[in-house]
Design a protein around this ligand. Structure first.
Ligand code: NDP
Length: 444
């Protein structure tokens, strides 16, 4: 890592800003409930018509034994699919050319360097996948047919991977942005290292969050679409709208990937179970679940409704992108840019890093960032709603992701506010006075 001190001195305090109760509650619920939930979600979508009542009735009659019997074993085929995909993505991350991009200054005052080759990796992945299908070399329906086994293998494999991260954090941290809370569960759950790497160049969080997690979202969206096509000989307009919106969203993500390296996931959340297991298992299963549901529910929307949903979804994805772009452009140009055609209004803040250095930062108080302090979460939630609504309202389960995302982002907004308050002190208070709403202007 360029400009990064290699001394192995550990910072003793984690910058975790959760209340202890919330920390323990979320830790226990995620560690114990998420793995069975992923399997239940897959089972309900693929074997119980997407109906929670049907799945519940099965569990009521068959009890724990019934649940164990529906939990697929991580088969050799599933492990092979995951291993080939992971190796392919790791190779693309390492080998494809890309501009060198600096990440934000870390709490310990380091500045990591990244290789921005996300768009190339995304295009190569999707084109390769489609070519394998088109030329009859590998049929994506195999992925759908082994989905339960794949999730099962991911659940266990990612858990082992998080143990590796924990051990690495203790024995061989990549930078000074690493530390122990003194509690083994917290260290495992929230992670120890901010920027773990293998060697100089292979950034583990870029791999888990972007190249494995987000990439799998696009790959699975295509898989669901292809599965419906192979089953029915055509793709319903509902599936087309869902797949297109999810692909537009993931394309936007990779287009803006270097910007993502400035966000909380990368710049503040350490590499532990919460973020890494989440990206390796939760993203490919829960995030893609509206498409998983549609495979067996080819709803016909009609051209007008389908187009309306598509346009509304694309608009929300664009606004979400523009919020992120506006903040990053503002920071990149040191406030010397136009925001909605005018000079931006801003607060010049200072803060102290964990090594005692005083740094300067700018807070934008106009544009999207003047509407509410986390307005960007509104279009994010609405986008998810629009790629789910093609499923119409026959079942609740396709909407699980939208509801989960709403809870996640409301909690995240609070977490971020708390963190920024402790980072910027009086300057954050000034921002809150000027922009009083947290997410929804005039409401919250
Ligand atoms: P960001 O990290 O992009 O933004 C919050 C950070 O920006 C703060 O921590 C602070 O960091 C800085 N900041 C806050 N206010 C201002 C301001 N007024 N001016 C300039 N900088 C400011 O947020 P997220 O990581 O939460 O979101 C990034 C994107 O990811 C969004 O599009 C979001 O919707 C999406 N997302 C999607 C999720 C999903 O599961 N689908 C989950 C989470 C996010 P600093 O310390 O640098 O000042």
């Amino acid at each position: 890592m360029a400009e990064q001190s290699k001394t192995k001195t550990k910072t003793k305090t984690m910058e975790t800003v959760h209340s202890p109760l919330l920390t323990y509650f979320s830790m226990i619920s995620l560690l114990t409930l998420c793995p069975p939930f992923v399997i239940l979600l897959w089972y309900t979508m693929t074997h119980a018509d997407g109906s929670i009542l049907q799945a519940f009735s099965y569990l009521k009659h068959h009890g724990l034994q019934g649940f164990i019997s529906i939990w697929p074993k991580p088969s050799a085929t599933a492990c092979k699919i995951i291993a080939v995909y992971a190796a392919f993505e790791a190779a693309l991350q390492l080998l494809l050319p890309g501009k060198s991009v600096q990440g934000p200054i870390s709490p310990a005052g380091n500045r990591p360097l990244y290789k921005a080759n996300g768009v190339a990796a995304y295009l190569v992945t999707l084109l390769t996948y489609l070519a394998l299908w088109w030329f009859g070399i590998f049929n994506p329906t195999i992925v759908y047919d082994h989905l339960g086994e794949i999730y099962s293998a991911l659940i266990f494999g990612s858990f082992v991977f998080c143990i590796f991260l924990y051990i690495k954090g203790h024995l061989a941290p990549s930078s000074t942005d690493s530390g122990s809370s003194g509690n083994i569960i917290i260290d495992f759950y929230w992670g120890m290292e901010l920027y773990p790497r293998i060697g100089e160049h292979f950034d583990i969080k870029v791999f888990t969050n972007c190249r494995f997690g987000m990439m799998s979202w696009a790959v699975l969206a295509l898989t669901y679409c292809i599965k419906q096509y192979e089953e029915n000989g055509k793709v319903a307009d509902s599936m087309l709208v869902n797949t297109t919106l999810m692909l537009v969203y993931v394309t936007k993500f990779f287009w803006w990937e270097a910007g993502y390296w400035n966000t909380m996931d990368i710049a503040h959340d350490r590499a532990g179970f919460y973020i890494c297991w989440g990206c390796l298992v939760w993203v490919p299963s829960v995030y893609t679940s509206p498409g998983m549901y549609l495979v067996n529910h080819p709803v016909t929307l009609g051209t007008q409704l389908a187009l309306f949903i598509l346009v509304a979804g694309i608009l929300c994805i664009y606004i979400n992108y523009d919020c992120d772009r506006q903040r990053q452009e503002f920071r990149r140009t040191n406030g010397k840019c136009l925001v909605w055609g005018r000079a931006p209004s801003k607060i010049e803040a200072t803060y102290t890093t964990s090594t005692g250095e005083t740094k300067r930062s700018l807070l934008l108080t106009s544009g999207w960032w003047g509407l509410a302090r986390h307005f960007h979460y509104v279009p994010e939630i609405l986008s998810a709603f629009f790629w789910t609504v093609p499923a119409l309202f026959h079942h609740f389960l396709p909407y699980f992701y939208v509801i989960f995302l709403t809870i996640l982002l409301f909690d995240r907004a609070k977490r971020d506010d708390d963190r920024c308050r402790s980072k910027y002190g009086k300057y954050w208070k000034l921002y809150c006075d000027k922009v009083p709403y947290r997410i929804i202007p005039g409401v919250y």
